[in-house]
Ligand binder design. Structure first.
Ligand code: ATP
Ligand code: MG
Length: 261
């Protein structure tokens, strides 16, 4: 049965006097991959925080709906267990004395680090190892996250997000800090994930992140949804130029820069 990952009606988020998300009406089914694009400060990360239950709608009137996986009220741990989350903020949250391997294991518990009540099984360790190997950072597993370069740490965060077989990967600028080769490998990983059936909701500023499996495009501007549609209708120079208020050029090559795409 098709359900919705996100269903928002009349949702706004206030910070001080300002609505940083302004009357958002949007549905994302759990059967589609979406790219969220827009100028700096347009509300994309705020939206990601909203759909990962980091923040809440500022209004809770009758006409406001903020439903995730069909539930108006959800248990945060339960919700996060369905999600694989990679954001810059999450990377900053891992400031304690934790190794790359432990950070990945903490993905099984949707927690920022391992705690006494967490029972790590052999299967978990093997799975974590497998993903770490796949992302080619096994040699860094025992290194403390805070002593890694940001690109190295980013790869462990990506591994952490994958470990729980998430229904939806929620990514806010995931390829930040990745070098050219790592970014290309990451795109290949994303395509594998998409092929496996998990869905991707991704904020990005990089056209090359937008793998062919992404067909839904949601454009943010000034805290509002500026446009929402499928690739063939709105992922074009005209619409992007309107969004960014400048002449934006897209080359097909930009979207297909991986060699075996
Ligand atoms: N906690 C906060 N307090 C006050 N203002 C905030 C807060 N969080 C975000 N904002 C403001 O809300 C607006 C949207 O921020 P947000 O981080 O969602 O933008 P963004 O689209 O992700 O931008 P970027 O592309 O730069 O990451 C910005 O103007 C930002 O300054
Ligand atoms: Mg942001």
């Amino acid at each position: 049965m098709k359900t919705n990952f996100v269903e928002l009606k009349n949702v706004s988020v206030m910070r001080g006097e300002r609505k940083i998300l302004n009357d958002i009406n949007l549905t994302i089914s759990d059967n589609e991959n979406a790219a969220l694009i827009g100028p700096n400060g347009s509300g994309k990360s705020t939206f990601i925080k909203l759909i990962t239950a980091k923040i809440y709608s500022s209004y809770t009137g009758e006409d406001t709906v903020c439903r995730l996986f069909g539930n108006d009220r959800w248990n945060v741990a339960d919700l996060r267990s369905k999600l694989g989350i990679v954001t810059n903020e999450l990377q900053y949250d891992f400031h304690n004395d934790i190794t790359g391997f432990e950070a990945v294991l903490s993905g099984f518990f949707s927690s920022i680090g391992l705690f006494k009540n967490h029972t790590v099984t052999k299967e978990m360790e093997e799975k974590a190892d497998g993903i770490i190997n796949f992302l080619e950072v096994a040699h860094l597993s025992a290194k403390k996250l805070e002593t890694m370069s940001s690109g190295e740490a980013r790869r462990f965060l990506i591994a952490r997000a994958l470990v729980n077989d998430p229904k939806v990967l929620v990514l806010d600028e995931p390829s930040n800090s990745l070098d050219i080769a790592s970014a290309m490998k990451f795109h290949a990983v994303l395509r594998k994930i998409a092929a496996s059936g998990a869905k991707i909701v991704m904020v990005t500023h990089l056209v090359s992140d937008i793998i062919p499996e992404i067909d839904r495009f949601i454009y943010f501007k000034d805290g509002k949804i500026f446009a929402d549609g499928v690739r063939k209708d709105i992922f074009n120079e005209k619409k992007l130029s309107e969004l960014f208020e400048m002449d934006v050029r897209l080359r097909e090559k930009d979207g297909f820069c991986w060699l075996n795409g």
